[in-house]
Design a protein around this ligand. Structure first.
Ligand SMILES: CC(C)(COP(=O)(O)OP(=O)(O)OC[C@H]1O[C@@H](n2cnc3c(N)ncnc32)[C@H](O)[C@@H]1OP(=O)(O)O)[C@@H](O)C(=O)NCCC(=O)NCCS
Length: 171
């Protein structure tokens, strides 16, 4: 049985994250732990996934940011990541966020397919930096210095200017 809830034991999650992330990502994951809200997912009472989220303004709109999401390797492709993501989005909706944001690197094919499958729209960050007046601010707001693709999912019917930059669409 799957159970998703806000975290009570950060050490367990750090332990699982250390098996999923590189040293670089783990360092920043631990750094953001103190600022974000941590979600954990159990399958038959064993920790199998987590997500670190943050609510903050992103280019003038109220953003719900998926800072990190991870599922234990043995439990992937079973819909667990999507269930955790949906839990995070409901938290954003409860807090009246306009949009959900996530970023990833171009070589992370699993993450790219994952966000596209979950109805996120992808944008090439390099293109946004060149084409948007506040493109670098967007990167800073999301702390996406190492990432190549930005994913956005509107949670409200708000106008988000970067949707007009069709040349920056990913796919
Ligand atoms: C990305 C991640 C969280 C997905 O978790 P998951 O539980 O496997 O995701 P789901 O089972 O809900 O997958 C939903 C859809 O995403 C896509 N997807 C997920 N993993 C994929 C893979 N390895 N290759 C291709 N598509 C993939 C598929 O479309 C999948 O639907 P399907 O299985 O019906 O084809 C997981 O792969 C992971 O922990 N990766 C390492 C950490 C990471 O890179 N996190 C993202 C950046 S912080």
């Amino acid at each position: 049985m799957i159970r998703i809830e806000f975290s009570k034991n950060k050490d367990n999650v750090i332990n699982l994250a250390s098996k999923i992330f590189s040293e670089f990502d783990l360092y920043w994951f631990k750094y953001w732990l103190n600022n974000g809200k941590l979600i954990e997912c159990y399958y038959d009472n064993s920790l199998v996934g987590f997500c670190l989220v943050l609510i903050r303004p992103v280019i003038g709109i109220k953003g719900g940011i998926i800072m990190y999401i991870g599922v234990k390797e043995s439990h992937r492709r079973k819909g667990i990541g999507s269930k955790i993501l949906s839990f995070a989005e409901n938290y954003f909706i409860l807090h009246k966020c306009d949009s959900a944001f996530a970023t990833t690197r171009i070589e992370n094919k699993a993450a790219i397919s994952f966000f596209l499958k979950n109805n996120y729209k992808g944008f090439l960050i390099d293109c946004l930096i060149r084409r948007m007046e506040n493109g670098f601010k967007l990167v800073r707001d999301l702390h996406a210095y190492e990432d190549d693709i930005l994913f956005i999912k509107k949670l409200k019917n708000v106008k988000i200017n970067l949707y007009e930059l069709e040349e920056c669409y990913f796919l």
